[in-house]
Ligand binder design. Sequence first.
Ligand code: NAD
Length: 542
Amino acid sequence: MSDTDTQLTGVDLLHNPLLNHGTAFTEEERDAYKLRGLLPPRVFTQERQVQRSLGNYRKKLTDLERYIYLISLEDRNETLFYRLVMDNLEEMMPIIYTPTVGKACQEFAHIFRRPRGLYISTEDKGRIAEIIANWPHDDVEVIVVTDGERILGLGDLGINGMGIPVGKLSLYTACAGIHPAKTLPITLDVGTENEKLLADPLYIGLPQRRVRGAEYDAFVDEFMTAVSTRYPNAMIQFEDFANLNAFRLLHKYRNAYCTFNDDIQGTASVTLAGIYSALRLTGGKLTEQKLLFLGAGEAGIGIADLIVSAMMDEGLSEAEARQRCWFVDSRGLVESSRTNLADHKLPYAHDFAPQTDFLAAVNALQPTGIIGVSGMGQMFTQPIVAAMAKINERPIVFALSNPTSNSECTAEEAYTWSDGRAIFASGSPFDPVEYKGQTYVPGQGNNSYIFPGVGLGVVAVKARHVPDEMFMAAARTLAQLVTEEDLAKGRVYPSLKRIREVSAAIGTAVAEIAYAKNLARVTRPDNLPAFIEAQMFQPVYD
Ligand code: NAD
């Protein structure tokens, strides 16, 4: 928080969400901070405040109303907001993040109440440093930035995409204890191609078409220079940029700044973790897998790139590793006779006969696992899952597309169509499934297992960059935290209830990589795990 914040009294203190304790201000604090009369007389504990908030929250009739309630609480009293969310994470994560945050972004201009974060538009060109200087906090550690072009599976939402950086940063705090005052959500408003938004008189962004090409690049360059000049130790996460910019910007900036792209690298890490856990069930090695992806976008290519790195780490050459990852996109199998393939698909365009549909590709390639990242529902049909179960004793079937309606198949379908043998994970949560007297608990490949812990490790040791090795280490660590009990139920990820423990362990593993690669800017502490844990924000009044 800024230096002046610590001297706030009276109404100013009550209106500062980072410092406000509401009805939990003690008698002494009420005297010391001139709060007498500004609050009703009875002093409440935080537990009672949580009880009241939870009651109000649960009275809301729709998820969007629940979202608005939680954001309003965050705007009033952040400590209470985090206590409530952390105590009820499984219930509230789908509200503050996907899927409800998607709905909130679609409605963003209409439900807009109080600004949060920084809005930087192309009209600010030439003075972005000045805009960033307006942010009141000096010690920002994690920044999430979007340009709103590909919000979840919802497409171009322009400036309304701000709900995503806000939500992601809430998860950094709730899951890994990054202090809320050290987080900064940013939306770059470069226009929108969304006709509905362009025609909406309430739209809060620039009502103009997207800036592209050299002008766009210069704008993002100016932003990167300005933001890292003011916050040289901050980690900058790129989020929900469209394919055409996401890969390009990642490659351009990854070795120049402390930055990563969660859609590409975070997704890759959580999926690799799921595969490592699945291998504990199949007994196979990573280097023996052949994986067939449905969808060759940010998620799919990101996952394959990290798997290739992990396979190379385990002894394969790059060419051998790439031969183990195959893609089907909307035009069929990605293979070398295809023309006009996007750059990011080229390394996976192997020599093979063209296959126009996914089932044909499964039968021709005989993969050990299929990974759905197409954003298209119901694409893993019964014949496809049955074919996988014929080829493999324990087929890996990951249906990662969000939201639930876009999942390539449901958990129940994966289990029943494979006679209970599929190792299933999904992008959106599914309830446990009863099949032939056994209960299966599907794992959710939620990026929240990975990015908060990665951020914690990176900022704790002030790492200069976020190399792929960190995402490999995060994947291995996450897989190791899956218990035998989890695996017995078919669950390839630990319970979300253990997320703080997971993030602390990943933070430590990531910090280890920073030291091993000479990227850390903090002297190595004697006890690294204790050092990492000590940095984690707790939502208590102090
Ligand atoms: P994207 O738009 O970058 O890529 C989608 C890809 O699917 C494109 O290559 C497209 O050509 C392909 N595709 C579209 N229709 C197809 C069809 N009918 N058959 C085959 N391929 C088709 O999107 P993305 O960022 O890669 O995300 C894809 C999906 O993965 C989304 O639904 C997203 O929600 C999900 N996702 C899940 C997680 C997770 O589970 N942790 C993380 C990130 C993304």
